[in-house]
Design a protein around this ligand. Structure first.
Ligand code: SF4
Ligand code: MG
Length: 329
């Protein structure tokens, strides 16, 4: 059973009028079709501004789509009522980059965790405290943390708290949006290991959003690559890392390999074009080494080139050979 279903999901943000012509819109995600299976971890990778966070918000019903269908665990989340949204928070939870922003600084960690149960009318006070303390133990924090304030915790400790809180209602789906980007490298690795273990213990379905290829490679069963609001390639992890066929993905992999010392952040040559006026035809054409006249005029549609391996490129067949050869020269 699919936990996430997106069919041709589109989200445009209208721009403020001043300084712009009235009808301009930012195309934040544009035509995303995607399935995430129960128990699977999908790694979603792309540059900042590629629409990864918007995709997360659309899936969680935090922002309505402009068009297309979005369903989580069989429930249409396009336009939820208040009660339906509350039910969705029991099914799906979000962990994002800054744990300090996620916690109320005036509440102790124990109060924050217990308030989740209170909002959903679950348990009596002592049961809530007991469950909160067990949740902390599960993320490697002792019960002394119940009485601490967020300001008394490090970023890594607080991210553990945020993860514990996200799992309190036993959700099926956890969306992690750059959960380790603000942390030191050694802390990052420990948080990723924790998520990996929790995913297994709870049979969680997870979407791991990152600009860092190492993160999605570590935890993802499948990897989707986003570029300017579209998924340009999706495949099982090993297929993506070994047999990618999209010029953008190949560029990312090459630049990650070329600078093994530096964090392999996702970048291609040149500035990403504006999402307000995405390029005609293939959106990657101004930066693509293989672009032809056809790429400038005709939008490439997703093609299944092998079971489970989809690519949006007119020249995927040549891309691997050409770009891989250049790399080994
Ligand atoms: Fe490059 Fe053309 Fe493929 Fe786009 S469609 S990625 S421009 S080769
Ligand atoms: Mg983001």
């Amino acid at each position: 059973r699919d936990v996430i279903v997106l069919d041709d999901a589109v989200k445009h943000f209208p721009l403020p009028r001043r300084g712009f012509r009235p009808r301009e819109r930012v195309h934040s995600i544009d035509g995303v079709t995607l399935r995430v299976r129960h128990g699977e971890v999908l790694g979603l990778v792309g540059e900042s501004g590629s629409g990864k966070s918007t995709l997360a918000r659309v899936v969680l019903g935090l922002t309505p789509t402009t068009s297309g269908r979005v369903a989580v665990d069989g429930v249409d989340v396009g336009h939820l009522s208040g009660a339906e949204r509350k039910r969705l928070t029991r099914t799906a939870q979000l962990v994002f980059q800054d744990p300090h922003a996620a916690m109320d600084p005036r509440m102790t960690i124990g109060e924050s965790l217990c308030s989740v149960f209170a909002q959903h009318g679950i348990g009596r006070k002592h049961q809530r405290v007991q469950a909160a303390s067990e949740a902390l133990a599960e993320v490697g924090l002792d019960q002394g943390y119940l009485d601490r304030y967020p300001a008394e915790c490090s970023g890594g400790q607080l991210q553990r708290v945020v993860i514990a809180r996200a799992l309190l209602l036993r959700p099926k789906l956890l969306i992690c949006d750059e959960p380790t980007s603000a942390l030191d490298a050694s802390v990052q690795a420990r948080i990723l290991n924790l998520l990996h273990r929790l995913r297994r213990d709870h049979q969680l379905t997870m979407v791991m959003i990152s600009h860092d290829l190492r993160v999605v490679r570590f935890i993802g069963d499948r990897i989707a690559v986003m570029y300017l609001g579209q998924i340009v390639e999706i495949a099982d992890r090993d297929v993506l890392f070994e047999r990618s066929c999209h010029p953008y993905t190949l560029t990312l992999l090459a630049s990650a390999g070329a600078c093994a010392q530096a964090p392999p952040e996702v970048t291609a040559t040149g500035e990403p074009p504006s999402p307000i006026h995405p390029p005609s035809g293939c959106r990657f054409h101004p930066r693509c080494p293989l672009a032809t006249e056809r790429c400038r005029s005709e939008v490439p549609q997703p093609q299944e080139i092998a079971p489970g391996h989809q690519v949006r490129c007119h020249h995927w067949n040549e891309a691997r050979i050409t770009l891989a050869t250049e790399e080994s020269r």
